[in-house]
Design a protein around this ligand. Structure first.
Ligand code: ZN
Length: 294
């Protein structure tokens, strides 16, 4: 009886899938991370710059003459960021990601859009009423920057980089827990960015992607806070390099001691913008090299 029910159910599912034009594996893979596109050059030289913007995040990705910025630090550090980008020869940014609308992530965005040609601003649908958020949205309008709402499953191919968007899957109440989460594949290596997502979001991302979260480099969640970086999540990511972006003697006590201990247990090499300054990771011939104080 059960067996025949199962067979009927399987036949029914098969018929539905045929009618809808997709296969079982399409459905099963809808939440899995696609492999990077075939044209990714294993030998290409590319760099990921974790820029020292004090207590905030700002990361520049350079690949095949194209530039991507994930977050833009605080308002106070915006001239530091703009000068850093100029020193790297940036005139145009294919994509700027505002992981979530807190000032330590979007503070530099208006200046970046005014100083450089930004083709696309990508951010969660969750909004806020702060002056800096309004300024970012108004500057995007004034400068003709197209604004795209973030959602899980989006992908971008820019230069040799492939970006897979893993989160958010819907809108959440806290701004932190709407952080755009990106797995970057570049030159055969993977980098994970979770913004300020906290443990609730980490659990959702983990349940959706599991071991596909495995990445060579992890930017510590929420500046190394104990609201984030759970042991289970870190186990799945299992990075060989961890970068913590935080300010010297910041008032939050980031990174938290218990999180540093978890990182140590992973055996990962740890770099910190508060101690090391700018941290630049180069990918050459499929190997990573780290330059600190760059
Ligand atoms: Zn933050």
């Amino acid at each position: 009886m059960l067996k025949s029910f199962r067979r009927t159910a399987a036949l029914l599912l098969g018929t539905l899938l045929l009618l809808s034009g997709c296969t079982v594996s399409d459905v099963l893979q809808s939440y899995q991370i696609a492999p990077p596109p075939a044209q990714v050059q294993q030998t290409s030289s590319a760099t990921v710059h974790y820029i020292n913007v004090g207590q905030g995040d700002a990361t520049l990705i350079q690949t095949a003459g194209k530039n991507i910025l994930i977050d833009s630090g605080t308002r106070a550090s915006s001239s530091t960021l703009v000068n850093y980008l100029k020193a790297q020869g940036v005139t145009e940014l294919e994509l700027c990601v505002a992981t979530h609308p807190h000032e330590d992530h979007i503070g530099g965005m208006p200046d970046v859009m005014n100083e450089f040609t930004v083709k696309e601003l990508y951010m969660p649908t969750k909004t806020t009423t702060t002056k800096i958020f309004q300024s970012m949205v108004e500057t995007a309008q004034q400068r003709g920057v197209s604004v795209t709402p973030a959602k899980v499953g989006d992908t971008f191919t820019i230069g040799d980089a492939n970006l897979q968007i893993l989160f958010p899957d819907r809108e959440y109440k806290s701004l932190n827990n709407n952080s755009v989460t990106i797995q970057l594949s570049l030159g055969g290596k993977t980098f994970l960015f979770t913004g300020d997502n906290e443990k609730e979001s980490e659990a959702i991302i983990l349940s959706n992607f599991g071991n596909a979260l495995k990445s060579d480099v992890f930017q510590a969640g929420h500046h190394g806070s104990n609201t984030s970086n759970t042991a289970e999540f870190l186990q799945a990511v299992s990075p060989s390099i961890i970068v913590i972006s935080c300010g010297q003697n910041n008032s939050y006590g980031h990174p938290h001691e218990e999180v540093l201990q978890r990182f140590d247990q992973l055996g990962a090499a740890i770099y910190r913008t508060d101690l090391d300054g700018n941290i630049v990771i180069a990918i050459d011939n499929g190997t990573l090299s780290v330059q600190k104080g760059a």
